[in-house]
Design a protein around this ligand. Structure first.
Ligand code: ZN
Length: 245
């Protein structure tokens, strides 16, 4: 359908498949109907005979979109799951996700007023981000959620070490300490960064770096700062290596 009409935003309405034990020999094996969200074109699809598997497509109407009122299909299924995964991994603002997705839409399709894949407004991405949070954050309470995460990462790390036969490993995980009251304190490092510190700090300086740009403004707190203990990278021009954060 896209090949013959790359502009419309299809919604599939009815489809019918012949029952396996149907006695109506001449009836159509499969037929379906799709209409454009703009209400201009409708399509009848049919496969008369399963063995021949020839798809007949019959368009009715002409493309006539009011491009000032864009349309988009609901994002569902694996497309939605992918966006939820991306939202959780990247932690991007919904408006940025929306803009990035708009840029990915085929220009012909976009200029016909169709915004399928990005939603009509950044509100769609807001919903996706909320879903990502609900799905991945173990508990509504951030402290509890972090503590669950702390335990699960440590357990995963320990299992991994056991599988590898690394019985010399002494501590596990990446989140080493969480404390949410009265200020947020999360200490992050793993055994590898500790070993790196042990090796490199003998030859070079260790310093503390802070940034406030990583956090959105949380109304509950004045300003959040993210501190990292870093080591100069032994290879010139490479960015410093965080040891503990
Ligand atoms: Zn259309």
């Amino acid at each position: 359908m896209k090949k013959f009409n790359p502009y419309c935003c299809w919604i599939f309405k009815r489809n019918y498949i012949k029952k396996a034990n149907s006695r109506k020999k001449s009836s159509t094996y499969w037929c379906g109907t799709a209409t454009c969200k703009f209400g201009d074109v409708s399509v009848q699809l049919s496969i008369q005979n399963r063995e021949e598997s020839v798809l007949k497509i019959r368009f009715t109407g002409d493309v006539c979109h009011d491009i000032l009122s864009s349309k988009a299909k609901n994002i569902t299924g694996s497309d939605r799951s992918k966006l939820i995964h991306h939202a959780w991994k990247s932690n991007q603002e919904p408006s940025k996700m929306h803009r990035d997705n708009l840029l990915r839409i085929d220009p012909d399709y976009f200029s016909a007023g169709v915004q399928t894949g990005s939603g009509l407004t950044h509100g769609t991405m807001k919903g996706i981000k909320a879903e990502a949070k609900a799905r991945h954050q173990g508990d509504h309470d951030l402290t509890k959620s972090l503590s669950q995460l702390h335990d699960s990462i440590a357990q995963e790390d320990e299992n991994h070490a056991i599988n590898l036969g690394h019985s010399w490993r002494k501590f596990f995980g990446y989140i080493q300490m969480c404390n949410m009251s009265p200020t947020i304190n999360i200490v992050l490092f793993n055994e590898a960064s500790l070993r790196l510190y042990y090796e490199l700090s003998r030859h070079d300086i260790v310093y503390i770096d802070a940034t406030g740009n990583l956090f959105a403004n949380e109304k509950k707190y004045n300003r959040l700062l993210y501190y990292a203990m870093v080591l100069r990278n032994p290879f010139a021009l490479n960015s410093p290596t965080p040891i503990a954060e």
